[in-house]
Design a protein around this ligand. Structure first.
Ligand code: ATR
Length: 277
């Protein structure tokens, strides 16, 4: 029998998840159906209950339901606990297990696809919202020499630093700084995990953070050359990336969690890439 999966969000039209998962299913010969569900605001629980009753095996969650999904679960992975949000659920009888693959997908894209190591590197994380929080532990597992978390609202960066220190397994140096303190500092990898690009805004950072061999990574996807990537490019950075690989890799994590087989992501990344110019 065909197993049912879906992505739920509001809006949901833009979602590439059905395309990605059906492409994975075809390359791994998995018999699944993967649909989009427009979740009514305030109606997450009822909609997912219905999907489970109809035989749904698992679901991906996008905005604005990641917190609802976390609440809905009966069991949560450490990554979901830390992010306080879920981007994938698995249904097994009465049990609902929550996962969050955004951070691990990001790290896999950087290290495996883009071939930029984080180990012993100087890493700058811009932002301290949901996206940055999801990336925190996967970054620390890579053991960077220095992880600077910089945010417009410093207290939120400091909160992330406290969480990092509590969960630290290696001797990494973690700092929380305001944007203004970045002037004169340079990093090997710079992540824009703020939501500034969605409004075509630039976080108020100094161009000194970029070196010619740095990687500038915009977590937003398919926005072309965002103000952050423009600043990196005009500062001489050769390695620019957006979140297309992260999108594909978090999907691959969910797919292998559900189906027990890991799909190759290179084809969907190629097909979904929007040129950075
Ligand atoms: P997400 O889930 O996308 O991370 P979020 O939790 O609302 O969304 O967090 C948005 C992040 O983008 C925050 O770090 C926010 O900074 P503040 O904590 O100071 O609000 C950051 N952000 C949004 N617009 C920004 C801008 N124009 N410049 C700098 N940072 C911005």
């Amino acid at each position: 029998m065909t197993d049912k999966y879906a992505v739920i969000g509001n809006p949901i039209d833009f979602s590439k998840s059905p395309f990605i998962h059906m492409s994975f299913a075809s390359s791994t010969q998995q018999d699944i159906e993967y649909t989009k569900i427009l979740g009514p605001l305030g109606g997450f629980k009822e909609t997912v209950d219905q999907f489970r009753k109809a035989g749904g095996r698992g679901i991906n969650i996008t905005a604005p339901f990641k917190l609802d999904a976390f609440q809905y679960a009966s069991k949560r992975s450490p990554a979901a606990e830390l992010a306080g949000a879920a981007n994938a659920l698995s249904f097994a009888g009465d049990e609902v297990i929550a996962e969050n693959f955004d951070g691990v997908g990001l790290v896999r894209d950087v290290v495996h696809n883009l071939k930029h190591q984080l180990k012993d590197k100087r890493v700058l994380l811009l932002g301290a919202g949901g996206a940055a929080r999801g990336a925190l532990l996967p970054f620390l597992y890579e053991a960077p020499e220095l992880l600077v978390i910089a945010n417009r609202t410093l207290s939120k960066a400091q909160e992330l630093k406290r969480i990092a220190e509590k969960n630290q397994t290696q001797q990494n140096q973690v700092s929380a700084l305001p944007f203004s303190a970045l002037a004169g500092m340079q990093f090997d990898v710079i992540f824009n995990a703020t939501s500034a690009s969605l409004r075509n805004e630039l976080p108020a950072i100094s161009a000194t953070v970029f070196g010619a061999e740095s990687l500038a990574y915009e977590l937003a996807y398919a926005k072309g050359l965002t103000p952050f990537l423009q600043l990196a490019k005009s500062s001489g950075v050769k390695h620019l990336a957006d979140g297309v690989g992260m999108l594909a890799e978090q999907a691959a994590e969910a797919f292998s969690w559900w189906r027990g087989v890991r799909p190759d992501t290179s084809k969907v990344i190629r097909e979904l890439t929007v040129p950075l110019n």
